[in-house]
Design a protein around this ligand. Structure first.
Ligand SMILES: Nc1ncnc2c1ncn2[C@@H]1O[C@H](COP(=O)(O)OP(=O)(O)OP(=O)(O)O)[C@@H](O)[C@H]1O
Ligand SMILES: [Mg+2]
Length: 260
């Protein structure tokens, strides 16, 4: 095992589980509008691992992220963060767990326009009344390459820089796990590569756990592992993905999102 410049031991990948879904189901609506968005999904996300979630539109990717991050209720089964069963928590405890242990990057950056980059980054901690760990914060800011932009407001930043603020905000509170829903969906390829490189570094060097939804095989190739969803079920998994291998696998989904 080696220690990175950040003091995080990285060489031996942890086998501890950061989050786990067991027979997780989510049903929206009833009668004619009933949709089974997740159909008994079981999946593990290990600590210090970068997982990409892929699958056709409507296959349940965002629903899985929202249920695992405690942003949505589940209809059946279990969703755990570390040892904590989310379905057993009341609203107050769930809010606290989200705040303390989970980072979420939304596709729309959700930055507050009147706050500077730095104020946006520390906002969740400010709301929680927590003092940021200065050393960690400096390191996150430097790693995302925002050191020279901390006093800028979102409209003074490029799209890629805004997304990096959103990434830094999700990381600033040292979450145990970070969920990112198409974090590069509306970035140009260079900004996208910056954000993906940073997410990968946060796993390799900071020991973070990242789960990322993406439609882009190149983005998926930054991950250690790709999990494929179709019709609310996990249909395949790939380790050490390459963009070509992911693209080939995606082609086997038919027009209705089913797998062959
Ligand atoms: N609030 C909701 N009410 C009713 N149905 C919903 C709701 N949210 C999602 N669904 C349905 O659940 C299914 C899964 O949706 P989800 O958003 O998880 O898909 P996705 O894989 O993220 O798709 P995309 O790639 O288009 O973002 C879809 O059929 C969708 O219509
Ligand atoms: Mg989605």
């Amino acid at each position: 095992m080696t220690t990175s410049p950040y003091g995080v031991q990285t060489a031996a990948r942890s086998t501890a589980v950061a989050a786990r879904a067991t027979d997780l189901s989510k049903v929206y609506g009833q009668g004619e509008t009933r949709v089974v968005a997740l159909d008994a999904v079981s999946v593990e996300f290990r600590q210090a691992e970068f997982t990409a979630i892929m699958g056709p539109s409507g296959s349940g990717k965002s629903t899985l992220m929202h249920c695992m991050a405690g942003l949505d209720t589940v209809s059946g089964g279990s969703a755990r963060i570390g040892d904590t069963e989310l379905t057993s928590l009341n609203d107050k405890k769930l809010t606290r767990l989200r705040r303390d242990k989970i980072g979420f990057i939304f596709q729309a950056f959700n930055l507050l326009p009147t706050l500077t980059a730095l104020e946006n980054i520390t906002l969740p901690m400010d709301i929680a009344g927590r003092k940021p760990d200065r050393q960690w914060l400096d390191m996150v800011v430097e790693t995302v390459g925002l050191s020279g932009r901390l006093k800028h407001r979102p409209n003074q930043l490029s799209g890629g820089q805004q997304q990096r603020v959103a990434v830094a905000r999700a990381l600033a509170g040292k979450p145990e796990i970070m969920f990112a829903d198409e974090p590069t969906g509306n970035l140009d390829s260079r900004s996208g590569a910056e954000v993906l490189g940073f997410l990968r570094n946060s796993v390799r060097e900071l020991g973070q756990t990242v789960v990322m939804v993406t439609h882009d095989p190149v983005a998926a190739s930054y991950a250690d592992r790709v999990v494929f969803l179709a019709d609310g079920r996990i249909v395949d998994e790939m380790r050490e993905p390459t963009a070509d291998a992911v693209l080939d696998r995606m082609k086997r989904f038919d027009a209705k999102g089913r797998t062959s």
